[in-house]
Design a protein. Structure first.
Ligand SMILES: [Zn+2]
Ligand SMILES: [Zn+2]
Length: 231
């Protein structure tokens, strides 16, 4: 028996067939089935570029805008869940209230998928210095650091406000606030390697495009994609 990290009810973690015969250490389940079901998986009807669920068509309106703004140089984003009320509540508790243990719930939601895809470098979107100081931890790195080997190449300038405090129009007008941290040692092969930028939520795409632009300027030949748990 174990207590669910979200509802605190006791539950029996499921045992999967593969688990019994595998010598590999499995991540223990942290939330009960009831809570897990509150998170809505994205269906297959999705934008081929950013993974947003759509009724029909191949490219969503947001990506069409990015396509014209960037002359076709769009950012392929992997995503798993729809940003619904359950996610909103989880993110408020995690980011605004700074409940560090909830990173384990987020890890549980994306761990299997990240194990399946293969990239050479995993670069988290950084938190601004002010927010990091307030919460005592970097919200994005904290999610992925236990699952992947991170290369924290990006820094965020002080004084740049978080996207969550803005409306859509303001978000899209946000100026570039990222820079490449020259203190981070990288292998020469990053120049032509595959980089996956990691974030929690893809809202307008503005943050991830800025992160991509910054990395592309530093490593013009690298192949860059992004991952967000929600779209
Ligand atoms: Zn629960
Ligand atoms: Zn799209």
């Amino acid at each position: 028996m174990r207590n669910c990290l979200l509802c605190e009810q006791e539950f029996i973690p499921p045992v999967y067939f593969a688990q019994i015969f595998s010598l590999k250490k499995f991540r223990p389940t942290k939330i009960c089935l009831y809570c897990l079901k509150q998170f809505e998986k994205l269906t297959d009807n999705r934008c081929t570029i950013c993974s947003k669920n759509m009724e029909n068509g191949l490219v969503c309106i947001d990506c069409k805008n990015w396509q014209s703004l960037y002359h076709g140089n769009v950012l392929r984003n992997h995503a798993l869940y729809r940003y619904n009320a359950a996610f909103h509540d989880l993110m408020v508790a995690y980011k605004r209230r700074g409940d560090y243990v909830l990173r384990e719930v987020l890890q549980e939601l994306c761990f299997e998928y990240l194990k399946k895809i293969q990239f050479d470098y995993y670069v988290p979107v950084p938190t601004s210095p002010e927010h990091k100081k307030k919460r005592q931890f970097d919200t994005i790195s904290a999610i992925y650091d236990d699952i992947l080997t991170l290369t924290p190449l990006l820094g965020k300038k002080a004084g740049s406000h978080a996207q969550g405090e803005k409306n859509k129009e303001e978000r899209l007008k946000t100026p570039q606030a990222f820079f490449i941290d020259k203190n981070v040692k990288v292998n020469e092969n990053i120049r032509t390697g595959k980089i996956l930028i990691l974030d929690d939520i893809y809202t307008t795409g503005r943050t991830l495009y800025h992160a991509r632009d910054c990395l592309q300027e530093g490593f013009p030949e690298a192949k860059i994609e992004s991952f967000s748990i929600c779209r």
